[in-house]
Design a protein around this ligand. Structure first.
Ligand SMILES: NC(=O)c1ccc[n+]([C@@H]2O[C@H](COP(=O)([O-])OP(=O)(O)OC[C@H]3O[C@@H](n4cnc5c(N)ncnc54)[C@H](OP(=O)(O)O)[C@@H]3O)[C@@H](O)[C@H]2O)c1
Length: 311
C-alpha cells in the first residue's frame, strides 16, 4: 500500500526534532479534497510552533508527532465536487500538513492555480500573501497614506510593499543594507535599520505594518503620527505593542491570518498578470527541512523559502 512521507515535529525543541515519518494516505471526508502536495511554504510560525512557542504550539501540544505546513500547493488526486483529478490547487491549510506528500484539504480553502502561475509561486501565497493583504485592509490603507513596513525584505513584507504600492500609498520599508536594493526594486523607499534610529529616518507615518514586534516594533511607534493606525503582526508580542501604542495616542491591532479563497484568488491573479512578483530565495528538498527551519528562525531569509515534496 502506498505510504505518505511527512516531516513531523516529534517533540518541542530544536530543528532536529523534525523527523521524517511514514503514515497511511489519509481518506478525505465529504467536504475535503485529497491533495498530493508539490511545494509547501516555510513560515516563521512553523519554527515557533516546533520550538513550543505561541498559539500554534498550544494547539498541537497533545497531537505530537504533528506535521506542520499551513501553505500547500499541489494536485488533486480524485474527482471531488468542483475539483477534478489533476487540477492544480493551493490553500491555506488551517490544520497543517503541508510538509507531507498527501493531505486532506477543506474544499472551501482551495483555489485553482492559474496556468501561468507555478506551484512554487502559488505555495508562497496563502500565509504570507494573505497576511500582507489582510494587514493592509485591517489598517484601512488608502492612496493617501504614508505606510511604513518593518521587515520589508521578508516573506510577508515583500508582498505587503507591492500591495501597498498598488493601492497608491507612499511606502517606506526597513531592511538591512544588503536588502536595500531589493526593497527599493519593489517600490518602497528603503530604510536601513542599521544606519540610524528609525524615528530619525522617517516621521508622520499614517499606517505602520509591524512585521517585527518586540523592541523593534515598539521603537517604530515613534515614527507614527498621532491618530495613525498600526497592525502588529507577530502575535506573541502584540499585547505589548498595543499597550505601548495606546500610550502614544496611536491605534494598534493584532491579527491572525484567515483563510480566504477570494483573496487568495486575487493574489494568484496578481502573480499571473505580473502585478505581484514573488521572491523565492531557496527551495529545500523535504528531507532538508531541518536546515529550512534553521534558516527561517534566523529571521534573515529574503522573500520566501519552500520545501519541495518528493513525488
Ligand atoms: N499573525 C499572523 O497571522 C501572522 C502571519 C504571518 C506572519 N506572522 C509573523 O510576522 C512576522 C514576519 O513574517 P515573515 O514571514 O515575513 O518573516 P520572515 O520572512 O522570516 O522575515 C525575514 C526578514 O526579516 C528581516 N529583518 C530581520 N531583522 C529585522 C529588523 N531588525 N528590521 C527590519 N527587518 C528585519 C530580514 O531582512 P534583513 O535580512 O534585511 O534584516 C528578513 O528578510 C513573523 O514574526 C511571523 O511569525 C504572523
Amino acid at each position: 500500500m502506498p505510504k505518505n512521507l511527512q516531516l513531523a515535529i516529534t517533540a518541542f525543541g530544536e530543528p532536529d526534532t523534525l523527523k521524517l515519518q511514514q503514515t497511511d494516505i489519509p481518506t478525505p471526508s465529504e467536504d475535503q479534497v485529497l491533495v498530493k502536495v508539490a511545494f509547501a511554504g516555510v513560515n516563521p510560525i512553523d519554527a515557533k510552533t516546533r520550538a513550543g512557542l505561541g498559539w500554534g504550539a498550544e494547539k498541537i501540544k497533545d497531537s505530537l508527532p504533528w506535521t506542520p505546513g499551513f501553505d500547500a500547493a499541489g494536485v488533486v488526486v480524485h474527482d471531488s465536487g468542483e475539483f477534478k483529478a489533476g487540477d492544480r490547487v493551493v490553500g491555506r491549510i488551517v490544520e497543517g500538513g503541508g510538509y507531507g506528500q498527501y493531505l486532506c484539504a477543506p474544499s472551501d480553502a482551495l483555489s485553482f492555480v492559474p496556468e501561468d502561475v507555478s506551484l512554487e509561486q502559488a505555495s508562497t501565497l496563502p500565509v504570507a500573501g494573505l497576511t500582507a493583504l489582510q494587514a493592509l485592509e485591517l489598517a484601512n490603507t488608502t492612496k493617501d497614506d504614508k505606510v511604513l513596513i518593518l521587515a520589508g525584505a521578508g516573506g510577508v513584507g515583500h508582498i505587503a510593499i507591492q500591495l501597498a504600492k498598488a493601492k497608491g500609498a507612499d511606502v517606506f520599508a526597513t531592511s538591512s543594507s544588503k536588502n536595500a536594493e531589493f526593497v527599493s526594486s519593489l517600490g518602497a523607499t528603503a530604510l536601513d535599520y542599521g544606519k540610524a534610529p528609525l524615528e530619525q529616518q522617517v516621521q508622520d507615518i499614517d499606517v505602520l505594518i509591524d512585521l517585527m514586534g518586540g523592541d523593534v516594533g515598539e521603537a517604530a511607534l515613534a515614527s507614527v503620527k498621532a491618530g495613525g493606525r498600526v497592525v502588529t503582526v507577530p502575535t506573541i508580542t502584540a499585547p505589548r505593542i498595543i499597550e505601548a501604542a495606546e500610550k502614544r495616542g496611536v491605534i494598534a491591532q493584532g491579527m491572525l491570518v484567515q483563510p480566504n479563497v477570494t483573496q487568495l484568488d486575487a493574489l494568484l491573479n496578481a502573480v499571473s498578470d505580473n502585478s505581484l512578483t514573488i521572491e523565492i530565495s531557496k527551495i529545500y528538498p523535504l528531507e532538508d527541512g531541518v536546515q529550512a527551519h534553521v534558516d527561517i528562525q534566523s529571521g534573515r531569509t529574503r522573500g520566501k523559502i519552500l520545501l519541495e515534496i518528493p513525488q
